[in-house]
Design a binder for this molecule. Sequence first.
Ligand SMILES: Nc1nc2c(ncn2[C@@H]2O[C@H](COP(=O)(O)OP(=O)(O)OP(=O)(O)O)[C@@H](O)[C@H]2O)c(=O)[nH]1
Ligand SMILES: [Mg+2]
Length: 397
Amino acid sequence: MVVGGHGGNGCVSFRREKYLPRGPPNGGNGGGGGNVVFIADPNKNSLHGLTYRLEAKSGRNGKGQDMHGPRGKDLIIKVPAGTVVREITDLSQSKLGSDHHHTEDTVDPSDGALYRLFQQVEETRRLESENAGYFVHYPKWEDRNTVNHIVFPEQYQAYIRQLKDHEPFNIDLAAPGQEVVVARGGIGGFGNPYFVTKDESAPHYALRGLPGETRLLELELKTIADAGLVGMPNSGKSTFLRAVSNAQPKVAPYPFTTINPYVGTITYPDLFQLRVADIPGLIPGAHRNIGLGLTFLRHIERSRVLVFVIDLSKPDPWNDLEVLRHELECYSPGLSHRPSLVVANKADLADTARDNLNRWHQMTDMSIVPVSALHQKNISKVLHVLRSMVSEIKEGL
Ligand SMILES: Nc1nc2c(ncn2[C@@H]2O[C@H](COP(=O)(O)OP(=O)(O)OP(=O)(O)O)[C@@H](O)[C@H]2O)c(=O)[nH]1
Ligand SMILES: [Mg+2]
């Protein structure tokens, strides 16, 4: 939930001087509330550490002697580049909620918590619209002031209109440095000098500040990588990423070691860099979300080149490639045709791997690069091919 800071109230006050007991009005305006701002930061890799309620500071109230209240401080939140921000106006629209699972890289409270948050937002909105107390009154003047005829300042009206009819967000913070105000701070109230007219030289009222915008947002990190490692669990994707990049994802001899995408950077000798995402393993049925498949498929969608990592020591490794392609295609038609290369891993496991490779070569003209990620054999061949593929795509953009 994001909440803009409350606007400070305007002040009702009059100048007091020794020989001038009822001086002109001099109440300051309230400061506007701070905004909640998201900014895409290329150095952030996950949404960890974000709290469920992000609230900017309120503006201060105006004071006598024409002292305007200072604006509330903005709350600036750095999110990873590639974060998609969606506003939830109706729980059934929630993309993540409907996947019935929760990953660590998304701010995605359990269904119950999500529902409660949603109710809170609705409640806040209701109170805002019912809160008719727009005015601050001079002490004991509540009953004497007649404010029904007062026309609100245009800025104030505009803010109220915008609170009522804003379009729900759906923003892709893809570009580093891109920023968006996700909840605006409320406008500050006007002090009593604003209401001076020729008939009313001493208004005994001022305007209250208005609440900031309150919104319920859903954040999803869609990793943008040059290449994504796509493979069955345990095929050696993480081992491969460790071998080629600065990243140190966990490697273990069992499936689903990797449960969150992990992005590593490969630096070539001439300092050219590529970002490679280690994506959790896919299994048959992933497009129906089996094995948390949908979350992982989303990350694949954002990789320019797909690197299929296939365990060459298993029987019929080519079947794995077909299963993976099928899952990609079912998730997003056309995805399986994205530029790709096949890394046949565990080529060091002698007998089966060599036979498999020979048979595979006979079956297809596709380029299949045998490697041993574990022993770092033939890795440079993959890096060479990968670089030329990515460069070609980038030049074409
Ligand atoms: N012999 C051999 N074993 C390998 C090779 N590459 C990876 N392994 C082993 O295979 C197992 C799985 O490796 P990981 O890198 O964790 O596999 P993964 O594809 O990331 O697995 P998930 O994260 O579960 O999807 C580990 O025990 C690795 O040591 C290789 O080239 N040769
Ligand atoms: Mg892994």
